[in-house]
Ligand binder design. Structure first.
Ligand SMILES: Nc1ncnc2c1ncn2[C@@H]1O[C@H](COP(=O)(O)OP(=O)(O)OP(=O)(O)O)[C@@H](O)[C@H]1O
Ligand SMILES: [Mg+2]
Length: 228
């Protein structure tokens, strides 16, 4: 799914030059459920943004699902993103004035899906995350865990191959966090490849491989710590 070689990312703001990723190799197979851990500032979000085609590397080779994307321009990246990737963020990123239903429907509208298909898909996705009875609620009328479940349903709208999550449980209590990981596990079992950043060792433990990032490089990658 992901093959990275010698990935470097340099942020140059004029005053300061930060080398956030320092020549990193990463391989992720289709069907994996992987967590990324590491200290603040180690480059986790930078790596995830590149994986998600939200940003490009300064150097190195990146093949995503068979496509050499490190040379892609803005439009090509957006196209790959819409076709292949779902995103979940720590702060949910929901539209405040839209209902749960409308939030999940939006990417389907952008993708040009017909009305009947949208209705079926949104209803199915919200039911799948346990929010069949909250479809008309706006974000302010939902708990944090419920908001994140809406965000997950939205991320799955266009059936992405790869789900990327940056601290998806970071704003949640441990119980809601656990529910989110339960949903991720279900998605993974039904074939979605998942890459997730977390600070929480108990959350990382639930994935099948953990990658430790430190100072812009992968320090180690631990296999098979799964569910015990
Ligand atoms: N847009 C940017 N411009 C300049 N520097 C940046 C930018 N984004 C990140 N950095 C720098 O790159 C380094 C890595 O940042 P990154 O956000 O990837 O870390 P992180 O591991 O996700 O940290 P955290 O756990 O706090 O979210 C940091 O030193 C940060 O200050
Ligand atoms: Mg981060």
């Amino acid at each position: 799914m992901i093959s990275m070689k010698g990935i470097r990312k340099v942020y140059d703001t004029g005053k300061v030059r930060v080398e956030a990723l320092k020549g990193l190799d990463l391989d992720l197979d289709a069907g994996e459920f992987v967590s990324i851990v590491g200290p603040s500032g180690s480059g986790k979000s930078t790596l995830m943004n590149i994986c998600g085609c939200l940003d490009v590397p300064s150097d190195g080779e990146f093949i995503l699902d068979g496509e050499r994307v490190d040379t892609f321009d803005h439009n090509q990246l957006a196209e790959v993103r819409n076709r292949k990737i779902g995103f979940v963020f720590q702060n949910f990123n929901l539209l405040a004035y839209a209902t749960a239903y409308e939030n999940v429907e939006l990417p389907l509208i952008f993708a040009g899906a017909p009305a009947k298909f949208r209705k079926e898909r949104v209803t199915m996705l919200l039911a799948r995350v346990g929010l069949g009875d909250r479809m008309d609620h706006k974000p302010t009328e939902l708990s944090g865990g419920e908001m994140q479940r809406v965000a997950i349903a939205r991320s799955m709208a266009n059936n992405p191959k790869l789900l990327l999550a940056d601290e998806p449980t970071g704003n949640l209590d441990s119980r809601s966090g656990k529910e989110i990981i339960d949903i991720f596990e279900e998605l993974w079992k039904s074939g979605t490849t998942i890459l997730m950043i977390t600070h929480d060792p108990n959350i990382a433990k639930r994935t099948k491989r953990t990658i430790l990032l430190k100072d812009g490089v992968i320090v180690h990658s631990l296999n098979g710590n799964g569910n015990g």
